[in-house]
Design a protein around this ligand. Sequence first.
Ligand code: ACM
Length: 675
Amino acid sequence: MKTNFVLSILLVMISAPLSWAQDLMPLPASITVNKDRLAIDESFKVAIRGHSDARLQAAVARFVKRLEGRTVYSFAPGLAVDDQLTTLIVHCEGPGLGKDVPVLNENESYRIDITDRQALLSAPTVVGAIRGLETVLQLLNSDRRGFFLPGVKIQDQPRFPWRGLLIDVARHFEPVEVLKRNLDAMAAVKLNVLHWHLTEDQGFRVESKKFPKLHQLGSDGNYYTQEQIKDVIAYARDRGIRVMPEFDIPGHATSWLVGHPELGSAPGPYTIERRPGIFEPALDPTREEVYKFLDVFLSEMAALFPDAYMHIGGDENEGKQWDRNPAIQAYMKGKGIKDNHALQAYFNTRLLKILQKNGKKMIGWDEILQPELPKDVAIHSWRGTAALAEAARKGYDGILSNGYYIDLIFPASQHYAADPLPADSTLTPEQAKHVLGGEATMWAEWVTHETIDSRIWPRTAAIAERLWSPRHVTDVNDMYRRLAVISLQLEELGLAHKKNQDMMLRRLVRTDDIGPLRTLVSVIEPVKEYRRYQQRPQTMLSPLTGVVDATLPDSEAARRFAFMVDAFLADAPRFQLYRSELGQMLADWQTAGAALEPLIDRSPALKEVKPLANNLSVLGETGMEALTYLKLGVPSTPEWRKASELKMDEASKPYGALEFVVIPSVRKLILATGK
Ligand code: ACM
């Protein structure tokens, strides 16, 4: 066990310099690397052969811009004419199925063949070529001889056809530019569905020309005009990304009722919900006027959103308003509708007719799966792979989001382990075809335009890999190595997941002197799951500018610290080097903890993390003491270990909805001093 562990660390170290051809994310289905090397210099030229169209040309133009940005070369404008003088040939066979609107089951495959002389990217469709261009950009490397593309042969296609990112723009509104940069990032990691969660208790974010009170009264003025919606859809289409809207009904619907209380199951009046949570307001499924309204509204939306699917939500409707409404109860009795589930099923069948009339396929959350549900409705599982498999067994298409709730602040490794079709799945091949893929879900209770990128990226790239790459691609260390590379590359697209942190820290400290605070936030994380609200209650109107907002999920420093502690404790003589790096980190914590005190004293917004600053010093000091014992080879006393463990218990307490994530590793050091 121990030997294997050390061996695997050595292999990581040895293979690092050779792995340059594999900084790819998602990893392709097949890649072979050879010794060739295609130089990239000012003479770079790209040609389009075979099918060409505006979308492909725009994609190639974006590719060239990014290549120029990275290399700081100015390439001669225009496409190459002479194949002999062409660096990269993009050969596309045809437009593909989704010529006008990207479609599920588009052929997204491509091949790349790079030799000393030339790179060839070939694809049967424009979307395949777009996917391949991203891979070529990821292959770019450099050394003292210059920029180059490594000699490779790649054959690639996705494992699942549906690879999405849900962005909830209802809890917090996101400007169009935020969506666009996230679409760019999605394209960079080969995601192909933007699931646009447009309506909620807390906001109604789409302009309706038929019922303008919906957005006028339900959005605080923060909604997308229909022109903006079309603009986002076109932007996504250019990147081979479908845009699927969600109108979450009959629950999660308070904002609809502000302008249209007559649709509700209780008289109202209603106001926009400002708290997070699950609320009672629900559309009344027993009144014909409600269906007339939905028919007009959903038909308007069906024309606005060209995607084949419309998501009708359907989750977390507890039916409390239904229970209390005598007219609804009488209706149920009259129709023989036995409970609220059956009533929602009735509602869904009515919705389905409206969607079908508009040529749309219906998809909704787990809760819509009722015995009478027609088989052409798809299930979006937030409850788990078992629910998804059960739906597939019954013949329903489905996608997975359980395991991909990026709002819960779990590490990328955890999302990476979630598989829509796990190895132990008992589905037959025929049933397995119903599992279409999955979606990361960016629920937006606690994100703003400043922080949303850091909650989505880079972790979502690991989910993108799970949904694109072969199932056997599961090496977590290698995933993290490549994730760090991709994270930097996403910055070139304007993503603010890294840069906004310093800006937010400066605002908190109110000077440029953010070093100590940056050290603190590097080893803490926001508390997981739904604990943030319990520990630090806020509403949708609260500023999300605190330390918890500036702190990133999945601490890289903590991972590095844990890696070094494990290696050092497994084989101290071999990993002496890590002892000094560990010592440096611990010393930094101690120094930063002390330096934070005066900064906190003059910045009231930092007061909530004062106990964390103190504990940072304690962690540094205790860790240093442990390292000293280990260095001297003198066992610590049981009293010292006991006292140190108590300090760790104390430091484990969260403050400001933040908690240290290095404590298990410091505990390992403490424990090791007893031997
Ligand atoms: C959900 O998380 N209620 C879809």
